[in-house]
Write a protein that binds this ligand. Structure first.
Ligand code: PMP
Length: 373
């Protein structure tokens, strides 16, 4: 039994990514900026990884900058905008977007009752606020709700407004081939079987500048620091390897997830599943439990071998941690009962059933006053 249900926080290293990392570290560990032959080979491999990633996400390689992950990509993007620029962000963005725009002219785009952005709302904001850039994530990390990024990107294009999507949770779970239609894209390797500390930011075109991390002229002068080619190779390999399986995974896993929800509903009448009627990632369930604080659920499930989270890992432990449930207008009391389950590509029916059974066991334990049997 695999009790790991926190894939939206991070994923285990994919075996193909591990092999690619080892091969790259053994063969091409040289500094790609150095001038001798072996360094040149490392540099060629790095550029080949950029080309392959570009093909996978539908963006020209010249637009891609490798970074240390989605947090850096989001910060780098906003740091590159003029101070006076007005930016629109959705009410459910990750803290790495919310904090990066602090102190700027920011307009927040609300979500509907399903936790999804309405295209018409953005239309109105574009007319009234004339923003320089709109940032809406592709899939929400807490609820899994998919956002209409294709429609938002084309609306922005029509109005000459730049569009950014933080696709950290989309890439590796759903088809990423058209993401390149967005001006800016954020991605993170450890969300889809790559290693931690590696990601990318796609820029609008080959001439776009970026100066968040300064120093040497690496990444075509856009991001200083010796490139982590082995991690980059591992990231691209992970994405390439899981890509062809994704429609099958989506089909199988969303059915397992829905069976889990049905089972939980049968046991807990007033369970609330956030964004239940919206299109969602196949792996995510954000629930407001009918009773008991989320940490009580989390610690007791953890003792039984299950890893889940309270909202998003980046803000867990803090009161009111769920950005999404807050945006939906939940009470402080409800916020304390939020739990997030996020399965993986290989989670089985047995894993889901064992998790549902463990929820019931914990409930019985909490009824007895929290004492294990
Ligand atoms: N954006 C989203 C939507 C995320 O889910 C995360 C990870 N929780 C991040 C950004 C930050 O990613 P990283 O760990 O690569 O900095």
């Amino acid at each position: 039994m695999n009790g790991y249900f926190d894939h939206n926080a991070t994923t285990p290293l994919h075996p193909a990514a591990r092999d690619a990392w080892l091969r790259a570290s053994e063969k091409h560990w040289h500094n790609p900026s150095s001038l001798y032959r072996d360094a040149g080979l490392a540099s060629q491999q790095l550029e080949s990884a950029r080309e392959r990633l570009g093909t996978l996400i539908g963006a020209e390689a010249e637009r891609i900058v490798f970074t240390s992950g989605a947090t850096e990509s989001n910060n780098a993007l906003f740091a590159s905008l003029p101070a006076e620029a007005t930016v629109v962000i959705s009410a459910i963005e990750h803290p790495s977007v919310r904090e990066a725009v602090r102190g700027r002219n920011v307009v927040e785009l609300p979500v509907n009752a399903d936790g999804v952005i309405e295209v018409d709302d953005l239309k109105q904001l574009i007319d009234s606020k004339r923003p320089a850039l709109v940032s809406v994530m592709a899939a929400n990390n807490e609820s899994g709700a998919l956002q209409p990024w294709r429609e938002l990107a084309s609306l922005c294009r029509e109005h000459d407004v730049l569009f950014h999507t933080d696709a950290a949770q989309w890439i590796g779970k759903l088809d990423a081939a058209n993401l390149g239609d967005c001006d800016f894209i954020t991605g993170s390797a450890h969300k889809f079987g790559g290693s931690k500390g590696c990601g990318f930011l796609v820029l609008p075109h080959e001439k776009s500048r970026l100066g968040f991390i300064r120093g040497g002229p690496q990444e075509h002068g856009r991001r200083a620091g010796t490139e982590n080619y082995p991690a980059i190779e591992a990231m691209v390999t992970a994405l390439k390897t899981i890509g062809p399986c994704l429609s099958e995974v989506e089909h199988t896993q969303s059915r397992l997830r829905d069976a889990f929800i049905a089972e939980m509903r049968a046991r807990f009448d007033s369970l609330r599943v956030i964004s239940e009627s919206a299109p969602r990632l196949w792996n995510t369930v954000l629930m407001v439990m009918p009773e008991h604080d989320n940490l009580k659920w989390l610690t007791r499930l953890s003792r039984r071998g299950f890893s889940i989270s309270t909202g998003s890992a980046c803000s867990s432990g803090k009161e009111g941690s769920s950005v999404v449930v807050t945006a939906l207008g939940a009470s402080a009391e409800e916020l304390k009962r939020v739990v997030r389950i996020s399965s993986g590509w290989e989670t089985t029916a047995e894993d889901w059933q064992a998790l549902a059974a463990a929820f019931l066991e914990v409930f019985e334990e909490l009824k007895r006053g929290g004492r294990p049997q």
